[in-house]
Design a protein around this ligand. Sequence first.
Ligand code: 9MR
Length: 373
Amino acid sequence: MLRPRRRGLRLAVPAIVLGAVLAAPGVAAAAPPHEADTSHRTDASLRQLADRHRLPIGTAADDAALTSDAAYREDITTEFSSVTAENVMKWESLEPERGQYDWAAADRLVETAEANGQQVRGHVLIWHSQLPDWLTENEASISTEEFREIVRNHIQTVVGRYKGRIAEWDVVNEAFSDTGGLRDSIFLRKLGPGYIADAFRWAHEADPKATLFYNDYSAEDVNRKSNEAYALIKDFVATGVPIDGFGMQAHHSANYAPTTMRENIQRFAALGLVTAVTEADVRMQLPVDGTKLQAQANVFSVLLSSCLAERSCISFTSWGFTDKYSWVPNTFEGQGAALFLDENLQAKPAYEAMRNDLLLTEPVRGKRGHGRG
Ligand code: 9MR
């Protein structure tokens, strides 16, 4: 049964194809019981369409919007089967004072996801940004041993709290610099390059079943950064460091689509690793026009279809879904409109392109879900 939908654009797929897809196993035609007002929707959601592929499709969730915006909340529930905390699981949020944790917002996110039948991607354990002042301001006075203990303790406290409830963790984020080599960070300075392997070991001890990712940006293609990550991860695999996945953030601009993403995914799969698209968005120079929107749709489509086609790609997450709450305009002057719903939660061409990819691509994941290679 098709439900009326408030999206602006119509589906560019014949009804007969849509009918066949909705009749396929794994695609829920009826509204899930938790959904509030469904009277304004017609077409199958991204979540329903991605179910057929056994691919969790996710978004970063903004805590303030989740609390205050009912339409935003409803779209998260309807359109996505996975959520990532955009900010509330970062170190400065969880442990604002040394040893004093504030779990309220992170717990809320996990509990809401569970109530909605969604998986959670944990973001993020070790990252050079959004660290608490008590840590960064005391870099000089904290000894190496003490620092090591602080890091181990933070990772194990956070992973341990959500043991069995967070499917995928971004354990180390953005450890490589944009000019080559490891990024200069408090972790590298205090602990040396071994901090990356240790972070994975500590996270694995705290939740042996969680899928543990190294995550980075500008690493979707085969390029210098992904080559460096590949070499490090290959070494981890050879030496038994418990890493499971390579996360491609995929913060893109509408004038550039990746060209070697499947090749990149495949080489990690050959090492026995899964991959995920973890933070997709596609910004453009404002003002928006039709040509830019089409270019954006194309980039989203390349990102999603590259993941869909490779069974080792185990989840696809965008960094938000509506332009109303995107981080992009605050960071890139003059740019924005990076997501697939506009500021009024209306569909843009990118949304229709993603639906078409989900509808028309042949599923490659078997009954047991993802495969490692
Ligand atoms: O979207 C996040 C934004 O709200 C924060 O202000 C920002 C702080 O650096 O972090 C943003 O999320 C980042 C993510 O955690 C890691 N990859 C890059 C994302 C965009 O900056």
